[in-house]
Each structure stands twice: as C-alpha cells, then as structure tokens.
Write a protein that binds this ligand. Structure first.
Ligand SMILES: [Zn+2]
Length: 389
C-alpha cells in the first residue's frame, strides 16, 4: 500500500492541468478509499480562505494531507451530502447522515457544519468487522486480564470503564460483553442501552436511547429492570440520574457495565461522588473502575527515520491499550468517601493498583512505544525505573 494522497505541500501538485468540476466525485471517492486503506478514523474537510484543507486522524493523531482548490469546495461537500442523503441546498445548518459507500465492512458517517468560509465536513469511519472482538484480543497484561475476568463473573454491582474521549472505552465494554456472552453460553440475559449502538453484538438485546422522544437512559433503565436482565450495559453515565439509577440497579441484583469520562480510576470515583451519587450506593455497589488509554505502537520499520509505507511514514502503526483497575473492595477500610483525589490514589496504589503511568513505562521499556508518545497521551514522562509489572 502506498499513499496516493499528496501528504505534503499546499496545493495538490498532481492537479496540473486543473481537473474539471465533474472529476471531483472521483477525487472524493479516492480520498475515502485511501482513508479506509490507511485505517483512518476520521477525515476532516475544512474550508479556509485559500481552499479546502484535507486532514485525517489515524491512531488518534490528526495530520494535514493536502489543500484542495477553493473552487472545488461546493462540489466536494455536495458530493458527500448526496451520498449521505442530506439536503444539499441547506448549507446554513449542521446536518448528519450515513454515507452510502461501496466499501464492504466499513460504515461512514458524515456531519456538516457551517463555518465562516463554507461548510466543514467530517467523515467518521467505523470498521464494522472490528479488529478487537474479545478481551484476549486487547493484549492486556495477564494480571489485569484475570482481575477483569473475575469482575465479569460478578452477579451484581456496577463496573465502570473510564477514560478520556477516544480512549477506546466502548471497545473494551463491548469486549467485556462478548466475553460474558461467550462464558455464559446463553445462561445470562444481556441487554444494553446505548447512544448510539456502535456495533452489533450477537446474543445481546441492544437498544438505542432516543432523547428527543424522552426515551432517556434513566427511563430505559427503569423499564429494562422489568425485563429480567442479568447484565445491563449503560452506554455512558453523563448525569446524576443515570448514575443513581445504574447504582440502584446494581444493588438490586444486576451487573451493570457502563462507561464514564474521567482521566484516571480515582478521578472517576471522585467525579461520581461529585455527581451526587450517594456514598452508600458507591460503597455497596461499585465493583471496579477501569481507566484506560491508547498508546501508538512503534512500526516494525523503527528506527528508520522516514518510516515506511505501512505506517504512512509516521513511525507508528496501530495502538495498544494500557489500563489501570481500581477495586474498592481491595482498599483499606476507613478510606473516607469524602477523601480527595491524591488520598484515593495513595489508597489504590497501597492496595496494589498498577497505575497507567507504570503500565506506560513498561510499554516503553519493552520497546513497543516511545516516551514521547507517553507524554503526548498521559502528559507525564514515563518514570525510568518503573516498578516491575
Ligand atoms: Zn513503518
């Protein structure tokens, strides 16, 4: 595979003589095909005073590709909008739609947004078949995997997967659900409430919440409890009511799996308290909090300075999950629920939690990533002498 999109330079130099407006659709199709081949997660088309700036996000990093001429702009966005069945003549409102494409196994969603210089378009790519399917595909360390698997055998309580946006929380949650489905062989009733449903999970009854119709997470959860579920996946806790209802369900004899936006496991705990979840609900219901990040992995061409075609000359290819797991039951009794972040962190480490920083240091020491990448993702430099993992 070699890049067919010009990756440097301002104006696409392969456009000489200038291509005709009717050739624009073919250009757009080729850009999307390249994005699929490069395993990009998003393609950004941003109008500027000089032209349409094209960039894509691969392995979590946005990089500029090229600039298309200004007079293409309207045709490019119109081409995408037609494919997504959006209203081409409405350019002053944001629109969203699913792109109809020829590429099997890849779903693309288009969103448009009016800006000063014209409509900005972002195409999000979802690889339906999924590189990661089961927990064992996530290449998690042995000690982490076994603690996680034990948690999934719990019959009640709440298990939280946390991390920042784009850290792969849903992938981990889906892998947990697949693991539970596989282990139970149909003996557990698995249900979900999601917004949106990102992939189909065989053997799981998945439901999309619909906020405009007031079919919200709390309402859906209360109704689901009458459906005799064993395991409930709540797509994301964003508000107090969803949090409280999830913990009540956990205490009522269901295992609730959910995701939550937080930078560390202890931060997730403190934020749940701040969100107003009663300490008694947390104490009785919380089984574990995972917090995770994705680190770009070095390509096999490393340390070649210019990279190779396989890594699109970035030196990195694919990402690897690192995660920490805090289990409140392992913390010494007496830790006050009003404790601050650093007290919780100290208590979790004393109870044996291997932190994200330690996991990252291990990845650097094993030659799978670089300390620059750790700094980019965690904002800290990996300690040189990390504790053995
Ligand atoms: Zn390479």
């Amino acid at each position: 595979m070699s890049p067919t999109v010009v990756t440097t330079g301002k104006i696409d130099s392969s456009l000489s003589p200038p291509i005709r407006a009717e050739d624009v659709p073919a250009r757009v199709d080729r850009l999307l095909a390249d994005a699929v081949a490069a395993r990009a997660s998003d393609v950004h088309l941003r109008p500027t005073a000089d032209g349409l700036e094209i960039s894509w996000r691969r392995d979590g990093v946005l990089s500029p590709l090229t600039m298309w001429p200004k007079d293409w702009m309207a045709n490019v966005v119109a081409r995408l909008k037609v494919q997504a069945h959006l209203l081409t003549y409405r350019t002053e409102l944001p629109q969203e739609g699913r792109l109809q494409t020829e590429t099997p196994g890849v779903e693309m969603r288009l969103s448009t947004f009016p800006t000063l210089h014209g409509e900005k378009a972002v195409v999000r790519l979802f690889v339906a078949s999924g590189q990661y399917r089961l927990l064992e595909d996530l290449s998690l360390p042995e000690d982490f995997s076994s603690s996680l698997t034990q948690l999934l055998h719990e019959t009640a309580g709440v298990f939280v997967v946390s991390g920042p946006a784009g850290s792969g929380k849903t992938t981990t949650a889906y892998a947990c659900l697949r693991e539970m489905q596989r282990a139970s062989q149909g003996a557990r009733s698995l249900v979900t409430l999601e917004d949106p449903i990102e992939a189909e999970l065989p053997g799981v009854a998945q439901t999309q919440v619909h906020r405009p119709a007031e079919f919200t997470y709390p309402l859906g959860l209360r109704s689901l409890l009458r459906q005799d579920p064993d395991v409930i996946f709540v797509g994301e806790i964003r508000d107090r009511e969803t949090a409280a209802t999830s913990f009540q369900a956990g205490l009522a004899g269901h295992l609730v799996l959910t995701t939550f936006h937080a930078g560390s496991a202890t931060e997730a705990l403190v934020r749940l308290v701040d969100l107003g979840v009663e300490p008694y609900l947390l104490r009785a219901g919380l089984r574990g909090i995972v917090c995770q990040r994705l680190l770009r992995q070095l390509c096999t061409c490393y340390p070649a300075t210019n990279g190779c075609d396989e890594c699109w000359h970035t030196g990195y290819r694919g990402r690897r999950l690192i995660a920490e797991l805090m289990q409140p039951s392992a913390l010494r009794t007496g830790t006050s629920w009003s404790a601050n972040l650093s007290d919780w962190q100290a208590a979790a480490i004393a109870a044996g939690m291997v932190t994200l920083e330690q996991r990252a240091a291990h990845e650097v020491a094993a030659g799978r990533t670089t300390s620059q990448e750790v700094f980019r993702v965690l904002g800290t430099v990996a300690p040189k002498n990390s504790a053995p993992i």
